[in-house]
Design a protein. Structure first.
Length: 274
């Protein structure tokens, strides 16, 4: 039968989607962004989560931050990072608020609450970051990718792969021309979504695993030309500034890069990796 020749293609597409779905399963727990919802954590940590929420509600932001930090020792979770960022923001530690909002956003890139609070915290930072203009298509693509996490894109890929199989079935076996056309063009759309979803899932996973950005956590730090206190002073950065890590190989010093292309070295203690 003619449809038999399509079997290898279906099998290849299925295993491709399944592979991306498996790879996109991150070690971090995926949870809702509600600040007081119960999340999937070990039973031993549930009491700590409740205690941290209670401390936050009672305006004990320092105590809440300490409890959320302990809770994160059991594993990363977006709403815990979010609440931790809120606790630091309320206690006046802007840099650590930004750091934890950024970490929460890595796990839940489409969460508008996290993004809004991050922008509020950034507004309090001393160094104002000017966005580098991008081509509209590039900016739009990044925004689209960031609407979902790696897991969500992987699930989307699997769902549309199943729809692709259904469309192929109607195209191959239906005797009606209209149904064949629907199956053919519907299958093309599903195939495109499967490919894009897998690419987006891989992109989100890469961002999550590489962790090549950091936040300045000291009140101010002098960026030097060489990894040494005797190096030439280039410029000064203040707490809360986000930087990219260019060279992360040295233990005591890290080479950083700014949006405008400036590079330099800072002590490792002055930054914390997102």
């Amino acid at each position: 039968m003619n449809w038999i020749k399509y079997i290898p293609l279906f099998v290849l597409l299925f295993f491709s989607s399944a592979l991306f779905a498996q790879d996109a399963n991150m070690p971090e727990d995926q949870i809702d962004s509600m600040s007081t919802d119960t999340l999937y954590v070990p039973t031993s940590a549930i009491i700590s989560k409740q205690a941290a929420d209670s401390a936050y509600i009672n305006n004990d932001f320092v105590g809440a931050a300490e409890l959320y930090e302990l809770l994160l020792m059991d594993g990363e979770a977006a709403d815990v990072y979010y609440n931790l960022g809120n606790s630091y923001y309320k206690s006046g530690e802007t840099a650590r608020a930004i750091l934890n909002y950024e970490r929460a956003l890595l796990l839940e890139p489409g969460n508008t609450d996290i993004r809004f609070n991050l922008e509020m915290a950034r507004a309090k930072a001393v160094d104002k970051v000017e966005e580098v203009p991008e081509i509209f298509f590039v900016s739009w693509t990044k925004s689209l990718i960031n609407t979902q996490s790696a897991d969500s894109w992987a699930i989307c890929g699997i769902v549309f792969f199943v729809l692709l199989i259904v469309a192929a079935y109607f195209y191959i076996f239906s005797r009606k021309v209209v149904i064949k056309k629907i199956g053919f063009f519907g299958g093309l759309v599903c195939l495109c979504v499967v490919i894009l979803a897998n690419v987006f899932a891989a992109q989100q996973k890469r961002h999550l695993l590489e962790r090549n950005s950091a936040i300045i956590v000291q009140p101010s730090v002098t960026v030097r030309s060489t990894p040494s206190d005797s190096g030439t002073s280039l410029f000064v950065l203040h707490e809360g500034r986000k930087v990219d890590l260019k060279d992360n190989s040295m233990k005591g010093w890290k080479e950083i890069r700014l949006e405008d292309g400036k590079v330099g070295w800072v002590p490792a203690a002055a930054i914390e990796v997102i």
